[in-house]
Ligand binder design. Sequence first.
Ligand code: MOS
Length: 757
Amino acid sequence: MAIAAAPEPKANMGPPAIRLEARQKVTGGARYAADVALTNPAYAYLFTSAIAKGVIIKLDLDEAAATPGVLDILSCRNAQDILVSMILRSAQAMKLIEKPEIRHAGQIVAVVVANTFEAAREAAFKIKATYDEYPPSATLDSRGVKIELASEGSDDHEDPQVGSAAKALKAAKVTVGEMYETPAQHHNAIELFATTCAWKDDELTIHEPSQFVYGLRRDVATNAGLDPKKIRVISKLVGGAFGGKGRPTTRTALIALAAERAKRPVKLVATRSQNFTIGRYRAETRHRVQLGATAAGALEALEHDGWELTGRHDSFFTGGTDTTARMYAAPNVRTKVSIVHADRAQAGYMRAPAETPYVYALETALDELAVKLGVDPVELRRINDTQRDPITHAPYTSRSLMQCYDEAALAFGWSRRKPDAGSMRDGDWQVGWGCATAVYPTRMTAAAARVTLTRQGDVRVETAAHELGTGALTVIAQTASERFGVGLAGVHVELGDTMLPPGGMAADSSTTASACSAVLKACDMIRDQLFEAATSGVGAPLHGRDVSSLRLADAHVVGPDGAKETLDVVFARLGTEAISHAAEWVPPGLDNGALAQLHMGDISYGGGPMKDRAMFAFGAEFVEVRVHSLTREIRVPRMIGAFAAGRIMNTRTARSQLMGGMIWGIGSALHEETEIDAARGRYLNDNLGDYLVPVNADVGAVDVILVPEEDDQVNPAGVKGLGELGIVGTAAAISNAVFHATGTRVRKLPIRIENLL
Ligand code: MOS
């Protein structure tokens, strides 16, 4: 029997290969960006703003500069001098800190460089900034925020709608309409934001954990006024990213500049609390969801209005209505997304950035509708299931939502649920069972890869994709291993380096689908060449065979009748020791322009809701909660999720991703929130002690069911991607279960004891 961590593969699933870097990681041999040893490094420490809005009127650096070991301090004080000294380059980097204006709390104000980390830190603590401080508008409800429609602030957002939702809502037999709210959250990857920059003559090497090394290179080239060809970014293993390492932060160009001035490598590891302010975050959102249905539960109308906070001067938003508008067969849909500009840092992407908050709102509203109708929540989803995108009427390439519900409901024992809230009890504990849908668009980027096969049957795969802990390295190796019929031990994969062909951005759950499609293409070019040689050799065992009937196995080219020839001989006929091919792959919905963009370090996504077809992965999540009748403590003893996401490359890494997402969903529902001092615009719990995430004691049984699904339309690998799928729906399932246990509907996350008193 397969152990739980390595589920037995079902149809269209690959074997549970162990992560190739697993031993390295558990034995401490893995080297992350900040671990790379360089000769004679200097150390940087960031000095960040204590206020959220205002101007620095005085920056006293004297005491800091006099600290023994201090080499340099970059700040608005010397920005002009540095700019002048770098007259030959544009040196945008200094512009990042040249102005004394403060736009958000924790903004980088100065970079101290010293011989040791301790000296740099001591000096940073001695910097004295005097501010002219203005009251910030820091939250959704603060006076002075500016609200803008996403459709007006952005060229590529159109609010999905169809039919006449207002009219249908008015006419509907049964309606619900409520507001929902989700908090700000910060990616707290264990690996902190680290950057090491080293120059050799006019060439710069950057070691930094990244979800997109080509994008980081481009950003630094722009901000430090450099030629991208002279920059190399290396990011071999990333210790957790979750979106936090996707977009470059200003720190990198500043450290590059600091290293140039110091004439030695400069290493920065920002502190945990600085990780809350120098990067981006999942901003707080608010939703109004209105549903109208027939008495039998068929949706007639769906309205979803979303508000998302971001910085004063940026137009970031996630726009989750692109997904919630398409989940169920509502004939009349109206959506609207608004951006709320506040005196905060730019918001950004965090695991399932759009779906986590938006699907929470919709799936909670759906549960409220089920209660009002007296219909079982699973049946309500079945009644409104669809195989067509309700907005475009284009077919889903595959959609196994109800198979997921059926399998998970059976495993959970859902049929034993008593429908009335508060009706299930075990001693002092009120028991609640809830469910919700998980969904994630199948997105893909253009990707390039180079594959080499040697006469001995060794394989080398090179692509600047990224290993964030997800298993990318392993599934990429599996792709080549399967295609060439060689064992995993014979496959070497190189990732995370701008010296390699660009493998896409490790975001939007796109890596497996994108990088593996490029790798497949390169593998097939090699196979074609081998098959051509095997069938053209006069007197050779496979002479004259149809190349499409051949395969590779055990270092042989094999025909359908079992006739075969060794690779050794085929290579000899070709007169070569190794065959190498580079391939580029462009996803459905994009053209070759996406490749040009990719090589320059920019990215576009194909897939998802397209005009002629819709590509989404689905799942169903069931949870049991227990709420103590006296203390109101909330526990989650068990969760079951069933997911269908096209081909599963590796049941071990897939399960691990989905389980991790579900556990993070417990955090979304019950723990996680960046608390904000509204008056000062500062974060109150910017450390791992006060920022709550689920720990072992918070997590009960978590079962993942992989539901077989085939989809040959999404990409050649048949993969939909599932890195973010697991977190979507969990918070709603838990919130729905809390209602079922207690009869109290909490519409703001996280749900804590005080909400149930
Ligand atoms: Mo991920 S949150 O799509 O970088």
